[in-house]
Design a protein around this ligand. Sequence first.
Ligand code: ATP
Ligand code: MG
Length: 417
Amino acid sequence: MRQSELLFKTQKTPPKDEVAVNAQLLIRANFVHKLMAGVYSYLPLGFRVREKVMKIIREEMNALGAAELLMPSLQPKSAWDASGRWESLQKIMYQFQDHSGRDVGLGVTHEEIVALLAQGIIDSYADLPKYVYQIQAKFRDEPRAKSGILRGREFTMKDMYSFHVDETSLNDFYEESKRAYVNVFERCGLKAYITEASGGDFSKSYSHEFMVETAAGEDETYLCRLCGFARNKEIADFKKGERCPSCTAGVLEKVKTVEVGNIFKLGTKYSEAANLNFKDKEGNLKPVVMGSYGIGVERLMGTVVEVHHDKKGIVWPEAVAPFNVHLLLLGEPNEDLQKFADGVYNELEKAGIETLFDDRKKVSAGEKFYDADLIGIPTRIVVSEKTMVQEKMEVKKRNGEESNLMKVKDFVQHTKK
Ligand code: ATP
Ligand code: MG
């Protein structure tokens, strides 16, 4: 992609009302635009990162045997009556009447909706287990939306739901989902701790949160670095310096964390509310046992920024970077240099190396370097009059110091290995 063709302009200073590091950097680097607190547009660079995050999530959910579907955001009150959550979620759910006086709301989550639709499909034990997920917009009237894209009022969630004949089947899938979740976060460049948490609004039983350590976190977690044991402070009553109850060798630390994902054993609460039953082998009618599994797509993206940045800007991990290579053409190019740079760009693209080509005219070398550091694409390649005379280009990693002069052919070969 040619930078001159991108709807693009970096900013030296972020908006004054934006305090979160993730949003400051993402706004300055032109990945997102803030419309109001908790509501952002995703500009071309941000859009690409978001797509990559969703692709990783999709691959891991598909590998679990889950099938993707899509449910609506606009929902009638009647779907929420039986569970009692129309009332209990009043403060966080956008609820209103349409012009015909119907009570409707914007979905904060989809347990009720998915149970209703499964009710028309699942009849017998032979239909179970089943796993479905969607990647879909959620709306929540968050009282504090100060964490940039970590806490949106409109945001995208991957929410998966599982249906089982009994607890044993649920438990098996629940454990598998933990592994899939850790994979998702690892592939995005994050270490997530599987953290014991309360059932919250969803269930009386317990749940697990996937916590990433960062000062930007709104949660506090007791953590054992030795064995990875983690428990949310909300349900923990440890003292300072207490030994880890799991391995007994490590010492617990209280650290700030972001919850990037959350899994719940729902039991039969929502299936009973929606009359979602199945016939067992003996022909008895039983409520389906359910689980639900969420990941915040933009929260995940924002957490990557919180963890991977430096003074100059973002340092994207390769797997979620908007492009693999940022190609900078320096100096006002004569015909030869323009041809040389275009040639490099075409070679890279041909080799399937996603390249952002800073071909902007009348932009100084200093500005191009500044923008490249801010945007944070993993590899920076410079071509100029100086490198052209050697038929080479200067290659530097965003997270490294040294640069190498290389021929484009050698770079392509090296990268493809
Ligand atoms: P929190 O306690 O941070 O508000 P939650 O417990 O309300 O989160 P869930 O309802 O379990 O979150 O939602 C599943 C996932 O969706 C969360 O783990 C998080 O990654 C993401 N998420 C929740 N609320 C938001 C939000 N307002 N903005 C962005 N992502 C969110
Ligand atoms: Mg919440």
